[in-house]
Design a binder for this molecule. Sequence first.
Ligand SMILES: Nc1nc2c(c(=O)[nH]1)N[C@H]1C(S)=C(S)[C@@H](COP(=O)(O)O)O[C@H]1N2
Ligand SMILES: [Mo]
Length: 497
Amino acid sequence: MLAGVLAGLSGLATSYATAGVLTIREAPVVAVAEQVIKLTPGAAAERAISILGHYDKPALVTGILVLLLACFAAAGLLARGGWWRPMLVWIALAGLGLASVVTQRNAGLVDALPVLVGLVTWITVHSALTDALFREQRRPELASRERRVFLMVAGAVSVASVGIAVAGRFVGAGRRHVEVSRRLLRIPGVTRRQAPAATSLGLRGTAPWQTPNEDFYRIDTTIALPTIEPEEWSLRIHGLVDRELTLTYSDLVARRMTESWITLNCVSNEVGGGLIGNARWSGIRIADLLADLGVSADADCVLQTSHDGWFCATPLETLTDDRDAMLAVAMNGRPLPIEHGFPVRTIVPGLYGYVSATKWVVDYEVTTFDQAVGYWTTKGWSAEGPVKIASRIDVPRSGDDVSAGAVSFGGVAWRQHTGIAAVEVQVDGNEWERAELGEVPSVDTWVQWAVTLDLTEGDHEVRVRAIGKDGETQTSVVASPDPDGSTGLHTIEVSAS
Ligand SMILES: Nc1nc2c(c(=O)[nH]1)N[C@H]1C(S)=C(S)[C@@H](COP(=O)(O)O)O[C@H]1N2
Ligand SMILES: [Mo]
């Protein structure tokens, strides 16, 4: 078993190192994990995300590694039955790896190389180790010497494979390279600006109106982040247009820069949840770009594809009307962080991220909804994703003890591209009370709210609801995020004494 596990791990190490040296974005194990993600039905994925949160992908990779260890041990045991038996395990595992690697987007022959290197390592290391063991069985008088040989070979293999993996990591430090380019990048027209003071009501515990980049929520299906140098990036716009266009990064940033405050949120956000953030985005308006290319009257959507093979279909109307739908290059005055789509992503005010906010975007195909589907819509989510009106109580937290008397409540409310007209708070099913609102620069951001209410001693249930500028009142009907966004009123319990 030990021989099998050691051989297995050294094969993983050499394949990982080969992927690193060739700067292939994904080592084979990661490729397998991404295949699992692709083949997972939407409901199961949604449940995994809600249980595991940000740990969903580490948990998946760990699970795969545990399964692999079991296979390695099994290969070790099979060696007793004949030299060819463990080969079945090694070849089956390599086959699985190969299948995952070559079905990736843009996969070429080199992508198969790490798997082959791993397979060769498995077979040679395993037969070297088992040779030592079986010689010992045939000649008992050699037992203690051969055992020492086995342990020495085993030790050497372990040290070497860790060394190889670490070296591979260093050689393929693509990410650090891109991080350096990103830091040195100065994009003309991108300014850094504080949030207007009136946006904040200053109640401690309420989410800051402007979300710092480090605190911004993150959703993506990729495990290895795409690392794209700006000079390698381009966007191809094609399909139902009079004139196709391939834009380079310098073409893009040479155009007129637009900067706006836009709140982005995820359709998977539960009532009261934190999958929402507000930033100042700088980018190039998509409406202007498309106007230059002449869009056919038959088109009704743009199929966006990212460098990592994620895709979504966005209603054309939301990209060409008066809102600031943009190809964003900066977030809060800094080049986009790598995990938020560096060098270029799409931002569309008023739509959930899953139908619009493509990170690492590289392709726009102007087309029709009959022809195009998105990654999440293939998994049962709705094709159109306008953001629903919602509100959240940030202070006090549910379950808090407060002093009876005047208690300050506060939080945020949003209805992007329509705007919030009012927020109301209700204690124990009594009258709805109006809250004070922060002043916001546009209808595309969330709004802070605050209100001070009198609480008598005892336990209380407090709810919040928002009213949109279009007169829509947030519904109390409870719906789960699947298929087009959660509804229901955020409700907390506090106890006053
Ligand atoms: N390439 C890529 N872009 C993507 C996704 C993804 O999985 N891959 N997820 C989308 C979803 S569901 C959301 S909510 C937003 C989240 O953007 P953020 O991670 O910058 O907050 O990105 C969108 N863009
Ligand atoms: Mo999302």
